[in-house]
Ligand binder design. Structure first.
Ligand code: GDP
Length: 426
């Protein structure tokens, strides 16, 4: 059975924790999109980890961790991450890297930085991990696929071609040092030697695994609103963040994805630029940021303070719909225990009209939040294991949001740990 764990919003919903938790029952965990630009924070018996490339299932020794073809593979980051977990006494995970994954090259990272510099105040708020230049090259058909590392003749010819096109931009657009074919070739040889033991025909591996009845988890990065097609374009990421893309980015039949667990955080946070209708500012935001997540809402990769907001029913209803949600995992609810009252965004006012449908970007920029205030529960709900034991106002908050978004909340996460979870039968 194949399940996907994906985000309903801007990312940072707590997918890492939910994947880590569900990995107990999984045989294979697969990343299918994105790269080292975002991260998951995971707290378990080994310690606290920030993962960017490895799937969140690497902490169990019964699982195989897969980097699918849809991922932007940064090989040095992958190796650093493997080392960081084995250094903290996690057993060496079983890792497979798709022979069809493409490689983030050092020049992708440079171009990302140069472009942000060039755009100045008009930048997209990139994490400068090379993701946008990487995916541009992939679709311009000038990327390096892992399989190509093992074709020396092809590499020698291709590095010359790549330098020609890249150097035009480096010289005339960015006024930066040029790249040399021999340096690129050396970089590619290093990557080949590093990745060789892990290379695998992943779609064939998954095909067999499905036939054998194995449990496969697809782990998404970021969330619906960062999808290049269905998100807040152009303030989006460069690969699809939707469960549907799991079929492509891992290489398995779309009809095999039976459960789509969409992770929704009990309040909102976002990184980077772009419309964020329920955003809050000042002391109110600072307090939520400080108390949020596990140790504050700061980027797992960049350490940047996240933008904060109240729960947005409009964005989350849309985010869940576009994912094809079967189950909602509602996370980080414990954090809201300090509030007397909790505002929730229940509509958008655009040009004097109120809507609950999430609009395209130009309209979104004009939207003002319509807030409804719900009573808080003023207590610590960590450690509670049964839904009925939650304070009444807390259950009311969950049930109100469930009604607004229109998808069943079957899991409630009330702490960062693996066991901080309340299942609801729906
Ligand atoms: P992801 O990218 O979707 O995996 O999200 P992040 O890892 O960036 O953010 C989630 C943060 O919230 C992490 O620090 C988690 O440890 C933490 N977290 C996840 N679920 C819960 C929860 O239910 N309660 C609390 N307090 N923290 C949580």
């Amino acid at each position: 059975m194949v399940k996907a764990v994906v985000g309903a919003n801007w990312g940072d919903e707590g997918k890492g924790k939910i994947t880590d938790m569900l990995s107990k029952e999984a045989d294979i965990i697969c990343r299918f999109q994105g790269g080292a630009n975002a991260g998951h924070t995971i707290v378990n018996d080994y310690g606290k980890f920030a993962l960017h490339t490895l799937p969140s299932g690497v902490f169990y020794d019964h699982t195989t961790s897969i980097i699918g073809n849809g991922v932007a593979l940064n090989i040095p980051v992958l190796f650093k991450e493997i080392k960081s977990i084995t250094d903290q006494n996690v057993p060496m995970p079983k890792i497979k890297v798709s022979d069809r994954a493409q490689i983030v090259m050092s020049y992708h990272i440079l171009f990302d930085q140069y472009e942000e510099e060039r755009l100045g105040g008009k930048s997209f708020g990139s994490t400068k991990s090379g993701i946008a230049p990487f995916y541009s090259d992939k679709y311009a058909k000038i990327g390096f696929q892992v399989s190509e590392l093992f074709d020396e003749e092809l590499l020698q010819e291709k590095v010359v071609r790549i330098c020609e096109t890249k150097n035009v931009l480096l010289e005339h657009l960015y006024h930066k040092p040029l790249i040399k074919p021999e340096e690129l070739l050396k970089e590619l040889h290093e990557y080949r030697d590093m990745v060789e033991p892990y290379v695998c025909d992943v779609s064939a591996f998954l095909y067999e695994a499905i036939k054998e009845g194995k449990n496969i988890l697809l782990e998404g990065q970021l969330g619906s609103l960062k999808d290049p097609d269905h998100g807040i374009y152009p303030m989006v990421t460069s690969s699809s963040t939707l469960a549907a893309y799991g079929a492509i980015g891992a290489g398995l039949p779309p009809y095999e994805i039976k459960q789509i667990i969409t992770v929704c955080k009990a309040y909102s946070s976002a990184v980077g630029a772009g419309a964020f209708v329920s955003e809050i500012f000042g002391d109110e935001a600072d307090e939520l940021r400080r108390r949020g997540g596990d140790g504050g809402e700061f980027g797992a990769t960049t350490g940047r303070p996240r933008r904060m907001g109240w729960f947005d029913c409009v964005a989350s209803k849309y985010g869940c719909r576009i994912q094809g949600t079967t189950d909602v995992a509602f996370t980080v609810l414990d954090v809201l225990g300090y509030l007397d009252e909790i505002p929730v965004c229940v509509g958008y006012e655009i040009d004097g009209e109120v809507t609950t449908d999430f609009p395209t970007t130009a309209k979104l920029e004009k939207a003002k939040p319509v807030l409804k205030t719900l009573p808080g529960w003023k207590s610590d709900i960590r450690g509670i294991k049964e839904y009925d034991k939650l304070p009444e106002n807390c259950r009311k908050y969950i049930e109100f949001i469930e009604e607004q978004i229109g998808f069943p909340i079957t899991m409630v996460s009330n702490g960062p740990g693996r066991n901080d979870i309340i299942y609801r039968n729906k």
